[in-house]
Design a binder for this molecule. Structure first.
Ligand code: SF4
Length: 360
């Protein structure tokens, strides 16, 4: 029988376990803090626990739900890790160092069913959801790799649509922001969605962390072609939910906008975007689409991007151009598709190497 994953347990779950095992309740908090506050994942090292409890923990739970299959380090120092689940599926995470912070881009699902046409993960389809423990294991692994530093910002922008795995993502986020857990501020945890309206509303009630929207077009017909989710939830419905999202007035909402040559980069497109954003405290990240092998679309030209950017900034909408980190290792936006090192073949001429990337 497979053992339960230790990192799937919340503090109250650990309290239930201690009760069931006739262990004093205060031990639950100690176990929880060893894992999520100190990031120690070997029960034998839980030094303030009696030997018998350490042994029981080691025997009863799985402590290594993800193992590192391979690691790629980019010229820009970002690291992409390929991780293997206990049922032999592959997921990816990307660690991106900046001067004053370290951002972890993590995965919420193996693959994704949303089918966005510019996204390599979307081509895989959905294999399965990750559990909250498997999501948190990515943060634990990243912190363990970083040794003296720690992850300061988490973005759910790796594989998967986070709000399609709602319960696990919310449980993981609540442990990320818990003072007995990773103790990150709500403002440092960003959930990115393609636009699942009912779940955006629910998140606003349950745990209003920062929100990022993969928008990519502000015209219903064109967006539906790029992102099938738009056929279910139109831009009007999306906007209504965003206007009501509680954290939006405080932190604003980030909009991701991949710039695709001839598809969404005209001044007419910029005009529609400004109209859509009216009334929302918004920042738009303009991201030249990242190439992947066999992709039938290309990035907008530098001139088009600048014109588009100027149109937005003149109307007081911040619109930084983001060149993704880790393009040389297929770790950039839309390139995550769980491939081993030898399978990553990028044409160096297609990489945007001019600037360091900045996702959020
Ligand atoms: S962009 Fe996000 S939601 Fe769309 S297919 Fe890719 S992973 Fe899924």
């Amino acid at each position: 029988m497979t053992k339960p994953i230790a990192f799937d347990l919340s503090l109250s779950n650990w309290e239930e376990w201690t009760l069931q095992e006739s262990i004093p309740k205060y031990r639950a908090k100690q176990i929880f803090q060893w894992i999520f506050q100190k990031n120690i994942t070997a029960p034998s090292s839980f030094s303030n626990l009696p030997e018998a409890i350490r042994k029981k923990l080691a025997e009863s739970f799985c402590w290594e739900p993800l193992i590192i299959d391979s690691k790629l380090i980019s010229e820009d120092e970002s690291q992409k890790l390929l991780l293997k689940t206990s049922d032999n599926l592959l997921i990816e995470l990307v660690i991106m160092p900046y001067e004053n912070r370290t951002t972890l881009c993590l995965s919420s699902q193996v693959g994704c069913k949303m089918g966005c046409t510019f996204c390599q993960t979307g081509k895989m389809g959905l294999k399965r959801n990750l559990s909250s423990g498997e999501i948190l294991a990515q943060l634990l692994i990243a912190n363990q790799i970083l040794e003296n530093k720690k992850v300061t910002n988490v973005v759910f922008m790796g594989m998967g649509e986070p709000l399609d795995n709602y319960d696990a993502v919310v449980k993981a986020c609540s442990i990320m922001i818990s003072s007995d857990g990773f103790n990150l501020s709500k403002a440092k945890v960003t959930v990115s969605t393609s636009g699942l309206v009912p779940e955006i509303r629910k998140l606003g009630t349950d745990l209003p962390v920062r929100l990022a929207i993969s928008l990519h077009n502000a015209d219903n017909e064109k967006r539906s072609k790029l992102m099938p989710v738009n056929r279910k939830y139109s831009l009007d419905e999306l906007k209504e939910a965003l206007l009501e999202y509680p954290a939006s007035s405080r932190y604003g909402i980030t909009f991701e906008y991949v710039m695709i040559d001839g598809k969404n980069d005209s001044l007419q497109d910029a005009k529609k975007l400004v109209h859509f954003l009216h009334g929302i405290k918004a920042k738009v990240n303009l991201i030249p689409v990242n190439p992947f092998p066999g992709m039938p679309i290309t990035a907008s030209t530098e001139q088009r991007i600048r014109e588009f950017q100027m149109y937005l900034t003149k109307r007081s909408i911040p619109a930084p151009v983001r060149y993704s980190k880790g393009q040389d290792i297929s770790g950039a936006c839309g390139q995550l598709a769980a491939k081993r090192k030898e399978e990553v073949h990028m044409d160096p001429r297609k990489l945007h190497r001019k600037r360091r990337l900045n996702i959020i």
